[in-house]
Design a protein around this ligand. Structure first.
Ligand code: PMP
Ligand code: GLU
Length: 396
């Protein structure tokens, strides 16, 4: 048989999804493993949203829809953005696709010519670099250290810009670091982007999960010039515990949205019809459950961070949003645990899964080998048991 395309062969499988399926397989095989791998809320989808999806199926809303999403959902996105951030978008400036991951991919397809450089602050979410490569762009990774609070500085951004730079891809609140940029910090980055005429792909999927009374700033609210060049990306997965419904959206100027819609019309046809009805209910129905979930995540985070920082050999910053903890394993590097010398996060995570029966994600795929990501979108009981296992694993 002839070879697969070299382009396809170069794509690496998603580490987060790979760990999640390994964890689920071990669980199905009866192994007593605890999962802190994939970041998805452990809560069920709120009842009123489930009912909207069920109703849509019962009413035979089960056919193709417009490629860019049903008008009702595009309007619901505008309503939400107005209510939450006082942002004005028209439905023609909104496109719906099958999850924010898909939206990001299509947005990149829309703005990237071969060789265009896309700046990605590291640690980054695993799919960013792969996606840029999948659209034949060049990822330019700029590392933000733990000492910098894992946040990109305007100086570092400026230094990474060349004549080929097309966009900055920013995730705020961040997966995997959990850090949240303040309005001033975002403004400083935005000034550099405007100066160099860059697009900003602003992935705001964790916008509702910010803690300690912080206010989240949506990137396009910074100024009209910033809004003009921002592709705002969001979805219902994290805010409404709807990961499997696969609905995400982008808001941007009409030219970009039209190009994305054309691309979608040939690639997916349309997002699932009834899932779109569920998403309408999520966005314009009662919002109380968001606050309840956010409160639960905040309590888990507080407990997690306190316990983790009391364990010898590892440490973490206190995340400000999302539901991830970056465990620093620098002190463990070069040490032998359970007969294996730990060189990096990959060694740690695979040994911890095998010997400690805890699934975590090594941050090697997130641009750093010194950290291991734990998702605390799981019960307090699991968090305690996972940390008990960590203590035992490190002592043995
Ligand atoms: N962006 C980030 C940073 C994420 O962590 C995720 C999680 N899957 C997504 C986008 C995609 O979300 P979804 O495709 O489920 O809407
Ligand atoms: N975004 C989640 C994570 O980082 C879900 C898995 C994925 O889509 O990669 O774990």
């Amino acid at each position: 048989m002839k070879k697969l395309s070299s382009h396809a062969v170069a794509v690496q499988a998603s580490t987060t999804l790979a760990i999640d399926s390994l964890y689920k397989q071990m669980k199905a095989d009866g192994v007593d493993v605890i999962g802190f791998g994939a970041g998805e809320p452990d809560f069920g989808t709120p009842e009123h949203i489930k009912q909207a999806g069920i109703r849509a199926i019962q009413e035979d809303f089960t056919k193709y829809t417009p490629a860019s999403g049903i008008p009702e959902l595009r309007k619901a996105v505008c309503t939400r953005l107005k209510l939450d951030f006082n942002l004005d978008y028209k439905p023609s400036e909104v496109v719906i696709a099958s999850g924010a991951k898909h939206v990001l991919y299509v947005a990149l397809q829309t703005i990237t010519d071969p060789g265009d450089e896309i700046i990605i602050p590291a640690p980054y979410w695993v799919s960013y670099v792969e996606m840029v490569q999948m659209v034949r762009g060049t990822p330019v990774v700029v590392t933000a250290t733990e000492e910098e609070g894992f946040k990109l500085t305007p100086e570092k951004l400026e230094a990474a810009i060349t004549s080929r730079t097309k966009a900055l891809m920013l995730n705020n609140p961040s997966n995997p670091t959990g850090m949240v940029y303040s309005r001033e910090e975002l403004k400083a980055l935005a000034d550099v982007c405007v100066k160099h005429d860059l697009y900003i792909l602003s992935d705001e999927i964790y916008c509702n999960l910010v803690y300690d009374g912080r206010t989240f700033t949506s990137f396009p609210t910074l100024s009209p010039e910033v809004k003009e060049r921002t592709i705002l990306i969001n979805g219902v997965s994290k805010s409404y515990a709807m990961t499997g419904w696969r609905i995400g959206y982008a808001a941007a100027c009409e030219d970009i949205i039209k190009a994305m819609g054309n691309y979608l019309s040939h690639s997916t046809g349309s997002p699932a019809s009834f899932a779109q009805k569920g998403a309408v209910e999520a966005l314009v129905g009662p919002q109380e459950e968001i606050a309840a979930m956010c409160k639960a995540f905040e309590e888990r985070r507080n407990h997690f961070v306190e316990r983790m920082n009391a364990i010898e050999g590892v440490s973490c910053l206190k995340p400000e949003g999302a539901f991830y903890i970056m465990m620093n394993i620098q002190k463990l590097k070069g040490k032998t645990l359970h007969g294996v010398t730990i060189q990096d996060a990959d060694d740690f995570s695979s040994l911890f899964l095998k010997e400690g029966l805890v699934a975590t994600v090594p941050c090697t795929g997130f641009g750093t080998g010194d950290f291991v990501r734990w998702s605390y979108a799981t019960s307090m009981k699991n968090i305690d048991e996972g940390l008990n296992r960590l203590e035992k694993f490190l002592q043995d």
